[in-house]
Design a protein around this ligand. Structure first.
Ligand code: GLP
Length: 242
C-alpha cells in the first residue's frame, strides 16, 4: 500500500480529485467506484470545479456506488442516491444510464444484490474504487465479521455505525437498520483502490490498517494489505497515532 501524507482535509481532497480526474482523462471507457459519507464530499466538489474549469468529461465513465440504505426512497435526503446526485452527478456530464447505485427499495433484495454484482462484471469490473473507512474498520457497509469472500449483500448496521451516521438524520431512530453493500470480495476485485482518511477519529483505524499483522475479518479494511494497488491519502490528524 502506498501512503500519501497530506496536511489536512482540503489537501487530501485536492490530491484525491487530481488523482481521479487524471485517470478519467486517460482511460476510455472507465469504470469508477464511488463512496459516500463525509470524507469524499470535498473531493467531489473539486471534481465538479475541474469539470467546469478544465473540461474533464465523464461521458465515457460508468460509476458503481458501494452501498445504499434499505428503506429510503431515492428522493430522501439521507439516501445515497440523493447524496450522489447533489454532491456530484447533477453537475457533471455523466450519462444517467451509466450510474449504478444499489436499490434499497427493491422488492427482491437478494436478487438486487446478485444483479448488482453481475452488472459490475458486465462492465469489466471497477477500474478505480474510491473508499472511506469507518472507525471500526468498515469499508462500504462491511462491518467487522463480514467474510472476506462476500459479494454484494444485505447487512445489519452495527450500533456504532448507526450512531456515527446519525448526525445526518433527525435522530438515531431514523437511521435505517439495514443496507445493501458491495462485499469485501467485490471491493478487492477492483483494479485499483484509493482510500481517503481524514481526522483524529480515524487515527486508530489507520494505525490498525498500516500494521503488518495478518488481515482479520474483525477489521474489514485489513484485507486491503493484500490488494496489489492501494493508495491511501491521509491527513496529519489521521496520522497522529502512527
Ligand atoms: C459510512 C459509509 C462508508 C464510509 C464510512 C465513513 O457508513 N457507508 O462508505 O466510507 O461510513 O464515513 P465518513 O466518511 O462520513 O467518516
Amino acid at each position: 500500500m502506498k501512503l500519501i501524507k497530506v496536511k489536512d482535509y482540503q489537501e487530501m481532497s485536492s490530491v484525491a480529485s487530481n488523482y481521479i480526474s487524471n485517470q478519467v482523462r486517460k482511460h476510455n471507457p472507465f469504470t469508477l467506484g464511488l463512496a459516500t459519507g463525509g470524507t469524499p464530499k470535498k473531493t467531489y466538489e473539486l471534481l465538479i470545479d475541474d469539470h467546469k474549469n478544465n473540461g474533464t468529461s465523464y461521458s465515457h465513465v460508468t460509476t458503481f456506488n458501494l452501498d445504499e440504505y434499505i428503506g429510503l426512497t431515492k428522493e430522501d435526503s439521507n439516501s445515497y442516491h440523493y447524496y450522489m446526485k447533489h454532491a456530484l452527478f447533477k453537475y457533471i456530464d455523466i450519462n444517467p444510464k451509466n450510474i449504478f447505485i444499489p436499490d434499497g427499495l427493491s422488492e427482491n433484495i437478494e436478487q438486487e444484490c446478485a444483479e448488482y454484482e453481475q452488472k459490475i462484471r458486465t462492465y469489466g469490473g471497477v477500474n478505480l474504487q474510491l473508499l472511506g473507512i469507518g472507525a471500526n474498520g468498515h469499508i462500504g457497509f462491511n462491518e467487522p465479521g463480514t467474510p472476506f469472500s462476500s459479494q454484494t449483500h444485505v447487512v445489519e448496521l452495527t450500533p456504532s455505525t448507526r450512531t456515527a451516521n446519525a448526525r445526518y438524520f433527525n435522530s438515531i431512530k431514523h437511521v435505517p437498520t439495514h443496507a445493501i453493500t458491495m462485499g469485501i470480495a467485490s471491493i478487492m476485485a477492483s483494479k485499483e483502490i484509493l482510500l481517503l482518511v481524514s481526522g483524529e477519529e480515524k487515527s486508530q483505524a489507520l494505525k490498525h490498517l498500516l500494521s503488518d499483522e495478518a488481515p482479520t475479518e474483525n477489521f474489514p479494511a485489513s484485507i486491503l494489505r493484500k490488494h496489489p494497488c492501494v493508495t491511501i491519502i491521509a491527513d496529519i490528524d489521521a496520522l497522529k497515532d502512527l
